[in-house]
Design a protein around this ligand. Structure first.
Ligand SMILES: [Fe+2]
Length: 283
């Protein structure tokens, strides 16, 4: 089994960085922490994991809403305020779809489509957390993802404050095959949320990936992926050797070669349902 030290990053593919990045920074409180041609590195200042955005021009496939990412606010009123603010500014930010907030599996959430083809959610779990047992359920993903709220003065004028970047999502066809791959191959935790959904996470961090059972879903490029970090370049090489030797038995769909860039090694691996993952050594 791979022994990751973190679920460290996720990668989103968009049509145009100029269109998509302002949505993420101005409406969801991400900050730009790095940039190179065709790629922007973002981080929510209150959250451990990193979001890379890749520009693919017209080739970026439109995601179904079951491939979305989410940030969390503290009150339901903030979800309503976000809906109001974003509806007023949707032309400015190129938002083509925004749905009215609704209660959905415990959260009060709004969903929208950013101009680069990706779904995003602004969620609130405060109502669900009135039930004391909720905070411990499903690996603790419903409990607040922050120890300190993100200061409202750093995200003023909108009526809402995203306090954390909480989750991404992917689709799988066979829950047991996927759960086995994520826990016994990638070395992550799986927590059942409901009969059709489980959450994947690393025990040390709050961020998680929602894995939802679907019968009909698309295959995307590796520009849409999740990244786990292992302890060293040697561990990357060992993980790669193991996956290569046992590819069929482990349910690996595709495996790239190891790439080394300076002191960082990494490779791409596609899971039984063709969702892309990256295994990397620390930066
Ligand atoms: Fe979600």
């Amino acid at each position: 089994m791979i022994k990751p030290i973190a679920l460290s990053a996720t990668h989103m593919e968009c049509c145009s960085l100029n269109e998509s990045v302002p949505v993420l920074t101005d409406l969801l409180a991400f900050q730009k922490i790095g940039e190179q041609p065709g790629e922007v590195k973002l981080k929510h200042p209150n959250t451990d994991w990193v979001l890379y955005v890749h520009e693919s021009g017209g080739e970026a496939a439109v995601k179904q809403m079951h491939n979305h990412w989410g940030v969390r606010v503290e009150t339901n009123e903030e979800v309503d305020a976000a809906y109001e603010y974003m509806s007023k500014n949707k032309e400015k930010y190129g938002i083509k779809q925004i749905a009215k907030p609704l209660f959905n599996h415990g959260s009060y959430s709004l969903y929208f489509l950013e101009p680069g083809t990706n779904g995003w959610e602004i969620e609130c779990y405060t109502a669900a957390l009135r039930k004391a047992s909720m905070a411990q359920k499903a690996g603790g993903v419903y409990a607040p993802h922050w120890t300190t709220t993100y200061p409202a003065e750093r995200f003023p004028g909108r009526g809402y404050v995203p306090h954390a970047f909480t989750h991404g999502t992917l689709a799988c066809a066979d829950m047991e095959a996927s759960r086995k791959f994520y826990t016994e191959t990638l070395g992550l935790e799986a927590h059942q949320a409901n009969p059709n959904v489980f959450y994947i996470k690393h025990p040390n961090t709050k961020c998680y990936v929602v894995c939802a059972i679907r019968q009909d879903f698309k295959r995307f490029s590796p520009n849409f992926r999740f990244t786990i970090t292992v302890g060293s370049q040697d561990e990357v090489a060992n993980a790669h050797d193991w996956l290569q030797r046992s590819q069929a038995e482990l349910g690996v769909s595709e495996l790239s070669d190891v790439q080394t860039n300076g002191s960082v090694s990494s490779f791409l691996v596609s899971d039984p349902d063709n969702n892309w993952w990256e295994v990397t050594s620390p930066n």
